[in-house]
Design a protein around this ligand. Sequence first.
Ligand SMILES: Cc1cc2nc3c(=O)[nH]c(=O)nc-3n(C[C@H](O)[C@H](O)[C@H](O)COP(=O)(O)OP(=O)(O)OC[C@H]3O[C@@H](n4cnc5c(N)ncnc54)[C@H](O)[C@@H]3O)c2cc1C
Length: 384
Amino acid sequence: MKVGKDCCGCGACEQLCPKNCITFKYDSEGFLYPQVNADLCTDCGLCAGRCPITSDVKRGKNPEVYAAKYTDRDTVFNSTSGGIFISLALNVLEKGGVVFGCAYDDNLVAKHIAVESKDELYRLQSSKYVQSDTRGIYTKVKKELESGREVLFSGTGCQAAGLKAFLNKDYPNLLIADIVCHGVPSPKLFAKYIDFMGKKLGGKLTEYNFRSKEKRGWDLYYKASNDKKSKSDYGFFDAYYNAFLTCKTYRESCYSCKFANSERAGDITLADYWGIQKMHPEFFDSNGVSLVLVNSERGRKAWEEISGNVKAIPSAIEKAAVQNSNLIAPSKRPSCRDSIYDGIDGDFDLYVKTKLKFKINPKTKIKKMIPVSFKQKILKLVRK
Ligand SMILES: Cc1cc2nc3c(=O)[nH]c(=O)nc-3n(C[C@H](O)[C@H](O)[C@H](O)COP(=O)(O)OP(=O)(O)OC[C@H]3O[C@@H](n4cnc5c(N)ncnc54)[C@H](O)[C@@H]3O)c2cc1C
């Protein structure tokens, strides 16, 4: 198998291999890549034949497009955008099903896990802007599907495609919700950053929410906390977050992502409806609005099932993509990506000061500090 840096790290090959001769190991940047034990490999070709990068999985075309929000505002508060994921998840759990998605473990490492109860669903809520570890998860999904349970799997486009490639069979009890994705930084970088932040706050971090709505509602605010203190700020003013938002630290494959368009591997695609103020001002909500693409019959059925708990209006890809470029194309690779991970294993304070340094001009700073909800009020006044 020769995928090299095009490998998205979905993990399908590892779980497919009949000889268990593929293991995922971290490279120097901290991303997982497959390594084949040549002594055990029989050249059966299954890994390369089913890899979602070198082969194709079925994808939806011409989706129905909506702006939407879950009606329980308290629940939406803990979701990234309009809480459509949680609405889909609750619906599956109510039918005795199981939900797979990305959660932090006790050390704030992002991993895909299975959730069986409503009380645990909060762990999957909210975006973790780092690559999630999917090792072993597709095998667990398959086991649940074959037992006849309803399954909701959520993840990035490549993870949704990875699951489809692994299963290679249509299961009527499977719903896949994929998310529009900018790209993913390495788990090693995030772990080091969490440690660095913890030291700054005087103790190991216990929480890191990339999309905290406490301070400014639906926006790009993070909240980092330990037992004693917490810090919250605008994402562009934080070294890790700024590097994420400006596309500097992604896995190499993210810059040529074949899933960053409107032909989706998921039955339903979820995203933030950035630009809702301009496209559908009457539907703006400072608590968050989701963009939803319904890509398949399965997706349509799930969408209808949650319709009693969701407010939605029709929209269009052309409108949604104006402020959501990853619906059309992958993120652009900046030239600084060549060396952005150099020095990550050395003095991390120095690494942050040099490699993750960023500049914001005062005008942008003021502009970015104005909350979306405030801008909306001004817009309303101007329109009057
Ligand atoms: C790395 C990343 C990049 C993103 N980039 C964009 C973007 O450019 N534009 C945009 O509109 N939206 C982007 N999103 C999606 C967006 O942030 C929300 O996930 C989406 O709006 C759904 O929100 P929600 O309120 O319905 O559910 P949420 O409460 O956000 O539900 C979270 C869902 O996302 C999954 N998830 C969280 N973190 C990860 C992860 N690291 N890997 C895989 N799955 C994860 C969980 O399993 C869960 O299903 C991105 C998300 C991630 C994780």
